[in-house]
Design a protein around this ligand. Structure first.
Ligand SMILES: *Cc1c(COP(=O)(O)O)cnc(C)c1O
Length: 432
């Protein structure tokens, strides 16, 4: 069927087709996707540019657009859909929770909220006295961590009024999370931002040691820098950060928003090799398997008592539907052996990529994979990959990122690696 004659309404449940106004018929010569993107441009704020495609449904690691084209999803909504699309347990748990009790505010609690907090503390191997705060996104989790850091205030004579983050760090787009984020182009239009943040070169333990003293409230680190192109550190860097912050009385905050919940083949990237225990950890992306939820975990009694009653809050955070989704996600990762699967499938993908002549550097942490090309054609590669039926992402001009669902098969990734030379040729032609 040609895109122009594809019946997009038939891809949707009848009630959704009706609510969205997606009809079987569209203007001659245009497709359902064209028509919806026109409506998008007329109604949505331009901060994302024009989206690449209109997606209507998914199953496992595959999604379909409004014109009926199928894609292998190697990005998973930016490292979010850990269980893929339309996972049966996630779907049934969220549906039954919504049909029972969907939202209650934090004047009340629910069994799913409590069970999820317990489960997170267990997989984080958090010591006695550790606690969880639920938010709705990674940005909000980092905002809570920023406030936690401000509560490590020092004394009036010797205030801890500095916060140290890393060059190339990404922590989110709210004013606080933005204040921690390295890229000046993101920050500058919104200054003044919350103050006191400074950046040191990523992965340089001596630079960190030189910067951190008893005037520093906290050090924020992504255990692998995701938006920077999937970049880790030399062995021992996170342990050195732990030792340096401990000696100075500064909090060590790991932003595991992208790397947490099995993405790197461990529950948390900071558990790989010799586990490093932070004072606080932020989570989101994969946590709800696609349902919005974020979390701040504080390790031990001291960090867990910095924010006292009334000092932070949220209306939606930790609601029954979101915490049910996260419980189902953690349960599935555990019972289906997805940590081991992510390590094995990720390693096979990396070795395939390393065999390609135009791939310069492969950085693989479970199913979070970054690699560089031998030319600045990464955005064109993303377009040509779409045409070939693959969803990937370009965090830099010559860097590509893969963060597929943790349930992706070795055969599915191998199909992408096999298609990559053709995609590369097409992108070369397009940019020539
Ligand atoms: C995506 C991301 C965030 C922001 O999360 P949102 O859910 O988009 O608010 C923060 N930190 C890191 C490391 C991320 O990858």
């Amino acid at each position: 069927m040609s895109p122009a004659s594809h019946d997009a309404a038939a891809d949707l449940p009848a009630d959704l087709a009706q609510l969205t106004g997606v009809g079987a018929a569209h203007a001659p010569g245009t497709t359902a996707g064209d028509e919806l993107l026109g409506r998008y441009r007329d109604s949505l704020m331009g901060v994302f540019g024009t989206p690449q495609r209109v997606l209507v449904r998914g199953s496992g690691a595959r999604v379909w657009d409004a014109d009926g084209k199928e894609y292998l999803d190697l990005l998973a909504g930016i490292a979010v859909n850990a269980l893929g699309h339309a996972h049966p347990l996630l779907t049934s748990v969220v549906t039954s929770q919504l049909a029972t009790l969907g939202h209650i505010s934090n004047f009340f609690t629910s069994p799913t909220q409590i069970a999820l907090a317990e489960k997170l503390l267990q997989v984080a191997q958090a010591p006695a006295g550790s606690k969880v705060f639920f938010a709705n996104s990674g940005t909000e989790a980092n905002e809570a961590a920023f406030k936690l850091a401000r509560r490590n205030a020092g004394t009036p004579e010797r205030p801890r009024n500095r916060i140290v983050a890393l060059e190339n760090a990404f922590h989110g787009r709210s004013m606080g999370a933005l204040a921690l984020t390295w890229k000046q182009a993101y920050r500058e239009p919104f200054e003044p931002l919350p103050g006191g943040v400074e950046w040191v070169p990523a992965g340089d333990a001596e630079a960190l040691r030189a910067a951190v003293d008893d005037t520093v409230a906290a050090v924020f680190i992504e255990p692998v820098q995701g938006e920077a192109g999937v970049r880790g550190y030399d062995d021992g860097y996170l342990a050195a950060a732990r030792e340096i912050t401990q000696a100075a009385g500064a909090l060590l905050v790991f932003d595991e928003v992208q790397t947490g919940i099995g993405r790197t083949g461990e529950w948390f990237a900071s558990q790989s090799g010799t586990a490093v225990v932070p004072d606080a950890m932020t989570l989101a992306k994969g946590l709800g398997g696609g349902f919005p939820i974020g979390a701040l975990i504080t390790f031990g009694g001291a960090a867990s008592s910095l924010l006292s009653a009334g000092q932070h809050g949220t209306t939606f955070g930790g609601n029954p539907a979101a915490t049910a989704a996260a419980l189902a996600t953690l349960h599935t990762i555990e019972t289906q052996g997805l940590l081991e699967h992510a390590r094995r499938v990720g390693a096979a993908a990396a070795s395939g990529l390393r065999g390609l002549g135009f791939v310069a550097d492969v950085r693989q942490f479970g199913l979070l994979i970054g690699f560089d090309l031998d030319a600045d054609i990464a955005p064109a590669m993303v377009q040509c990959a779409l045409d070939a039926g693959f969803i990937i992402n370009a965090p830099g001009p010559r860097t590509l990122r893969l963060a597929p669902p943790l349930i992706i098969t070795q055969e599915q990734i191998a199909a992408f690696v096999a298609a990559l030379p053709g995609i590369y040729d097409a992108a070369q032609k397009e940019t020539a």
